[in-house]
Design a protein around this ligand. Sequence first.
Ligand SMILES: Nc1nc2c(c(=O)[nH]1)N[C@H]1C(S)=C(S)[C@@H](COP(=O)(O)O)O[C@H]1N2
Ligand SMILES: [Mo]
Length: 308
Amino acid sequence: MLIRAGSFIRESEVTDKALWLDRRRFLALGAAGALALSGLPAEAGLSTIKGPFSTDEPLTPRKDVTTYNNFYELGVDKSDPAQLAPSYFTKTKPWSVAIDGECAKPGTVGYEDLIKPHKLEDRIYRLRCVEAWSMVIPWVGIPLADVLKRFEPNSRAKFVEFTTLQDPERLPGQRRAVIDWPYVEGLRIDEAMHPLTLLAVGLYGEELLPQSGAPIRLVVPWKYGFKSIKSIVRIRFAETPSKTAWMKAAPREYGFYANVNPAVDHPRWSQGSERRIGEFRRRATLPFNGYAEQVAALYTGMDLAANF
Ligand SMILES: Nc1nc2c(c(=O)[nH]1)N[C@H]1C(S)=C(S)[C@@H](COP(=O)(O)O)O[C@H]1N2
Ligand SMILES: [Mo]
C-alpha cells in the first residue's frame, strides 16, 4: 500500500490511472479525436479528446467504479448490479433512444447515429451519491447540449425528461415494485444545456459496462447521483417538470433539483460530509459538489432549501 498526503491510496488505483493515461496518450497520438465507436469491443477503447472542467483529484479505482453501483433495476445492494448484469443485462446493443415532446425534429435514433456526429471527450468528474459516498470517475461522453440541439427544442421546452429502459427480463429488479418503474429523471432546460452536463458512453476509456448504465447515461456532476440516470431510452422535451421516480417514492426526501448542498440535510442523515470510496476519512461536502463556480448562477434568487 502506498501512503500519500495522509490518505491511503491503493496500488490498484495507481495502476488503473497509469493504464488510463497511457491509453489516452496513445489515442492522442494515433487517432487525434477521430471517432471509432461502433462495433468495437470494449477493450479496444474509445477515441477521445480532452474535455473541459476535469478535476485532478485521484481517480477512484476502476474496480470500485464498476462493482459498487446504484442501479435498482439490477438489485438494491451496491454489489448487485455487477453480479447480476452478466446474467441478465447482457444485450445493450442494438439500442435506440426516442426523442419527443416540444421539439421540431422528434424521432427515434439508433445509438450509433446518436453518437456519430460528435467527438467523445474525457472528463474526470466527481459523483456524489445522496447516501454520502463519492467517487472520482474518468467519464467518456458528449456534452448533452450538443445532442439535444439536433432535435431543435422549441420555446415551450422548459424541461427535459429522461427514461430508463423498461424490461423485467433484462432488468429483473423491475419485477418488484421497489420504485414506480421505469426510472424517470428530469432537468430544467438550462441545466440540461449546461456545458458540464454529459451524456456518457464510457469510463476509463472503455465503453460503459451494463452496471454503469450502458450504453448511454447521464452525468450531472453538481447534483446527487440519482439524477445521473442510466440506460436511457427516451428523452422528452416538456413544458412542465416531471415527477421523477424518487420524488414519487419519497417526496420529503428527494426533490426535483437535488443539487449537492451540504447545508440541507437529507431527513435521515447529514449531507455535510462524504466518504470517498477507497478512503477511510470523511471529507467536507462542497456546495454543488465543488462546481459552484460553474453552476451557482443557474439558481440566482432561488431558495435552495425549499427547492431541494
Ligand atoms: N436507471 C437508474 N439510474 C440510476 C440509478 C438507478 O437505480 N436506476 N441510481 C442512481 C444513483 S442513486 C446513483 S448514486 C448513480 C450511481 O452511478 P454509478 O453506479 O455509475 O456510480 O446512478 C443513478 N442512476
Ligand atoms: Mo445515489
